[in-house]
Design a protein around this ligand. Structure first.
Ligand code: SAM
Length: 270
């Protein structure tokens, strides 16, 4: 019996064989690779992935799909189906319990509405991961890869680019999914950096400054950062960088934000 797709779980199944093939190729799987799949659905992609990877951990939240999923994977010894919400997955525990030594690749054709929480959750475990590949809404992918100066550049671009090197691998038409969503998708790759993009003394302060700056992106920097950076430090920052004090937050690079955060951090220590 066909199980009806649940809109509330973002169940837009990928039915296009060509795109399935392109995704599996892009994952560049080796027999030693350990892959965590988020939202395995009915298991069509899981099956293809398992032919090339060493081990696959297939996560699916919807109990109704588990029978279809396990039935479609019968005989494949390198897949473990886990009925769990990705946002509650303790990846460190999974790694320790299964004595996983290599860094993990993550793949997911994930529900659009939890794209940011999933990326944030996974990046809590960045040290255990090598790459993340996900399908996301096209506009969301543009925000992730956006560079300073563009209107898509946001605090989320900074957060992701601090830990990873993001890349839009290809776009996917909404017609490749059933039921078809309202918007097109992009297949996004996030290569985890060995060390973060910039050197920061206090990550909490660094991200707080970035969030404050973008919270009021229409304001000039000195106004939006009033609560988190002292005027003296801002003035040192503008002197050191030669940037115009009327600059808007979306023009600052990660290096600029790191300098600002480190100056503020050191001033408190002094
Ligand atoms: N992998 C299948 C495919 O490509 O056709 C299904 C993709 S469908 C867009 C998203 C899948 O993620 C669904 O099977 C859904 O039940 C599952 N899902 C939704 N929220 C989830 C969560 N928080 N944790 C794990 N799986 C979730």
């Amino acid at each position: 019996m066909r199980i009806p797709a649940k809109k509330s779980l973002g169940q837009n199944f990928l039915i296009d064989q060509n795109i399935r093939g392109k995704i599996v190729d892009a994952l560049d799987l080796k027999p030693t690779d350990i892959l965590l799949e988020i939202g395995s659905g009915r298991g069509e992609l899981t099956e293809l992935i398992s032919q090339r990877a060493g081990e696959v951990y297939a996560l699916e939240i919807d109990r109704r799909l588990l029978k279809t999923l396990t039935d479609s994977l019968v005989g494949r010894k390198n897949i473990r189906v886990i009925n769990q919400d990705i946002l509650k997955l303790d990846l460190e525990r999974l790694i320790n319990q299964n004595k996983i030594k290599a860094k993990i690749k993550v793949f997911g054709n994930i529900p659009y509405y939890i794209s940011s929480p999933i990326i944030e959750h996974l990046l809590n475990f960045h040290g255990y991961l090598s790459e993340i590949f996900i399908t996301v809404q096209k506009e969301f992918a543009a925000r992730v890869v956006a560079q300073p100066g563009s209107k898509e550049y946001s605090s989320f671009s900074c957060f992701v680019q601090y830990y990873t090197v993001p890349k839009i691998i290809f776009h996917i038409s909404k017609n490749c999914f059933r039921p078809s969503p309202k918007v097109d998708s992009s297949f996004l790759g996030l290569k985890i950096r060995e060390v973060p993009a910039v050197s920061v003394r206090d990550e909490g302060l660094f991200f707080k400054i970035i969030r404050s700056a973008f919270n009021q992106r229409r304001k000039i920097l000195s106004n939006s950062l009033q609560e988190v950076v002292t005027p003296g430090i801002l003035s040192v920052f503008f002197t050191k960088t030669g940037l115009n004090p009327n600059i808007r937050p979306e023009c600052l690079t990660l290096e600029n934000f790191a300098l600002l955060a480190n100056l503020q951090f050191l001033s408190k220590k002094a």
